[in-house]
Write a protein that binds this ligand. Structure first.
Ligand code: PGA
Length: 259
């Protein structure tokens, strides 16, 4: 399913559990210098929590948006170790990654938890980048569409139309994350078209505005395969986002495909 709506692409860097504050500032400064404002492509970086405030200050007023890698679903209270949406807004975050497969796998996040976090993010004017994706055994069993559609349905179930319009979904096949084995562009495009179809049922007017990214072993070499696909609106980049030259090359490729 293609659409006539022009969606602004998004390239987001997920730094995961990497970088001290000093290293984060170095990387953010190099990226700030390399990214200029663009109508077609928005660029976000998601450093670890400890570096958010400093990186937030370092990129303020630049073309770089700040994002966090997770958020808790309550605003404040006795939740030792958790980070609330208010705290993220306070340090300048605009985006927050929610339901990354590493959180689902290592920290037991369920579809329900992910949906709750997405709703909380919106309640605080943060834009969630909600992650979905299938395991290799699910793919081999031909269950990709069923799994991804279940995950997406949970995410959008209780959202309002104006939230859906702003939602970012990242399709990240789990077998492609950090493995150097990216999906094929056409396959990812097909799954992402299916995701848009899931949104289309309850939100016929908004589905064409939802930005849907591909993630999983994106590199400067592989990005072209994805950015040229009509349904794919950018990328969520892990490993390659820690190298400023690689990340900037990915941003340039996405911009080129939108020119
Ligand atoms: P990768 O990670 O680019 O290192 O595969 C992507 C992600 O986990 O978001």
């Amino acid at each position: 399913m293609t659409s006539e709506v022009t969606r602004r692409s998004l390239v987001a860097g997920n730094w995961k559990m990497h970088t001290t504050i000093g290293e984060a500032l170095e990387l953010a400064t190099a990226l700030r210098q390399g990214v200029s404002p663009s109508e077609q492509v928005e660029v976000a970086i998601c450093p670890p929590f400890t570096a958010l405030a400093d990186v937030g200050r370092a990129v303020r007023g630049s073309a770089l948006q700040l994002g966090a890698q997770d958020v808790f679903w309550e605003t404040e209270g006795a939740f030792t170790g958790e980070i609330s949406p208010r705290m993220l807004v306070d340090v300048g975050c605009r985006y927050v990654i929610v339901g990354h497969s590493e959180r689902r796998r290592h920290f037991g996040e369920t579809d329900e938890i992910v949906a709750r976090k997405v709703r909380t993010a919106f309640a605080h004017q943060l834009i969630p980048i909600a992650c979905v994706g299938e395991h290799l055994h699910e793919r081999d069993a031909g269950e990709t569409d069923r799994v991804v559609s279940r995950q997406v349905s949970a995410i959008i179930a209780e959202l309002r139309a104006e939230e859906v319009r702003q939602l970012v979904i990242a399709y990240e096949p789990i077998w492609a994350i950090g493995t150097g084995r990216a999906a094929r562009g056409e396959d990812a495009n097909r799954v992402i078209g299916g995701i848009r179809g899931v949104v289309l049922g309850p939100f016929p007017a908004e589905a064409s505005q939802v930005r849907i990214l591909y993630g999983g072993s994106v590199t400067p070499q592989s990005i072209g395969e994805f950015s040229q696909q009509p349904e794919i609106d950018g990328a969520l980049v892990g490993g390659a986002s820690l190298d400023h030259a690689k990340f900037l090359a990915i941003v340039r490729e996405v911009a080129k495909s939108r020119a």
